[in-house]
Design a binder for this molecule. Structure first.
Ligand code: CO
Length: 461
């Protein structure tokens, strides 16, 4: 048997998120979990990212209950989640007590591996989550967000990898959220990391631009220890390379993935009607399934491009798209080349649209960009331009040191506010993460329970 390659199946988290906007209810996968547990995957990414928000906001599901249910059915395979560092599963920085409690509860409820990333690649924004994950007995996977800019050099990525190793991470992930990492760059980057760092290296990409299948194969040839794939019916387009195709390829090349293709077939057969229903009901837009090369030309992620188009369409200014596409990299440069991943992609895009529509750069600056300039999101990869800094902050000085130290603990106040509406520490964490959605969910849950009690009483009469 050849070299071992770990396969992480992402259908329940990232494929679900990138093809059908994270709308897959538990009922769509509960019957296949035990089979998935038999497939031989190294891990299954099932939680985190947008799944938490989506459970509360759209699916009327308790995200914690969803995780516990998956754990109860998946007994052998490692369960994995994606965590946005100090942003946990939200879009802003939370207090350290929230980050720690959230990480601890994630592990307690069944997560084995936490992939921890930061939109700015600022290790300080990942430090608390990594520390707590290790303390809770979890596997901390430190993440390097891949992006293209004059300052994002191999040296910088290796430096970050070393830093993550020093911080105690168990493995490293190269995260190519936009699907713009070319096979050759990936080969060189994985080689550089393997040479300089003693940790397993994982590669995550998206098939948006059509590169990812080739990129993952080159990653493996360079010595990557594992890659992320999605079961074929939910693969391709904005999602990921297909699990079965990659396993088939690797089998022929004498790599050992441990993944059983006959079990994959059962899993794929299960998800076929699920995919068909999303297509039929409009939850899956066929346009996300085709290869979009624009992200390579403009070097902005596909999701961000569609956001820009919809923002311009909403104000009937789609004719300004070319100008916005020229302005976007300029804003990004002014902001110190942040990787274009949530929440930075939204911030950069919206500011570029504003600059173009108002016909004057930074005439109006969003609240978020001002907070970013103040240092509330951590350290930008490169210094913010003097022009933007001056226009955003005036005479105000940015924070020196760690902004998160200024955030008051959030849990005690939330506990007090919720009172008996919260039945567990998990409920309190749901509220801290997404106050409006969680409160609505918890109230609804209480009403349902009350209804159940009254039915029981009536039945007893
Ligand atoms: Co992804």
């Amino acid at each position: 048997m050849g070299k071992k390659v770990n396969i992480t199946e992402v259908v329940l988290r990232d494929a679900n998120q990138s093809q059908i906007a994270t709308r897959m209810p538990r009922s769509d996968f509960e019957d296949i979990l035990e089979t998935m547990d038999q497939a031989g995957y190294y891990s299954m990414e099932v939680w985190g990212g947008a799944t938490f928000d989506s459970c509360l906001r759209y699916l009327d599901e308790d995200p914690w209950e969803r995780l516990r249910f998956i754990r109860s059915k998946v007994k052998n395979t490692k369960l994995q989640m994606l965590l946005r560092g100090q942003n946990i599963l939200g879009y802003k920085h939370y207090s350290d007590d929230t980050v720690r409690a959230f990480v601890r509860k994630s592990v307690e409820n069944g997560i084995d591996i936490i992939r921890i990333f930061d939109a700015l690649n600022d290790p300080q924004n990942m430090a608390v989550a990594i520390d707590e994950c290790l303390k809770a007995g979890g596997h901390a996977q430190g993440t390097i967000c891949y992006t293209i800019s004059p300052i994002h050099t191999f040296e910088k990525y290796v430096e970050l990898g070393k830093k993550l190793e020093e911080m105690g991470c168990n493995s490293i992930c190269i995260k190519d959220m936009a699907g713009i990492m070319s096979p050759q760059i990936c080969y060189d980057l994985v080689s550089a990391l393997k040479k300089n760092i003693g940790l397993p290296v994982y590669v995550h990409s998206h098939t948006t631009t059509g590169l990812a299948s080739m990129t993952l194969l080159k990653a493996i040839e360079a010595g990557a220890d594992g890659v992320d794939t999605a079961i074929s019916i939910f693969s391709g387009g904005t999602s990921h390379p297909s699990t079965e195709s990659l396993v088939y390829t690797l089998n022929e090349m004498d790599y050992d993935t441990g993944v059983k293709l006959d079990v994959c077939k059962k899993i794929n057969d299960h998800f076929k009607p699920v995919q068909a229903r999303f297509l039929k009901e409009g939850g899956l837009n066929p346009s996300v399934l085709t290869t979009k090369i624009d992200a390579l030309n403009y070097q902005i992620p596909g999701g961000m491009l569609s956001n820009l188009i919809s923002q311009l369409t909403a104000v009937d200014k789609l004719d300004k798209l070319d100008e916005v596409l020229i302005e976007t990299p300029k804003v990004r440069k002014d902001m110190g080349y942040p990787p274009l991943v949530t929440p930075m992609s939204q911030m950069v895009g919206a500011q570029a649209v504003t600059n173009v529509l108002l016909g004057q750069r930074y005439k109006s600056i969003s609240k978020e960009v001002k907070s970013y300039c103040r240092g509330e999101y951590g350290a930008p990869p490169a210094p913010i331009s003097d022009e933007l800094m001056k226009l955003a902050l005036g005479d105000e000085k940015p924070y020196e040191g760690r902004y998160d130290d200024l955030i008051e603990p959030e849990i005690p106040g939330a506990k007090k506010y919720l009172g008996d509406l919260a039945e567990s520490e998990e409920d309190v964490l749901s509220y801290v993460a997404f106050p409006q959605q969680a409160e609505a969910f918890l109230k609804k849950r209480r009403e349902k329970k009350a209804l159940k009690v009254s039915y029981t009483i009536r039945e007893a009469e």
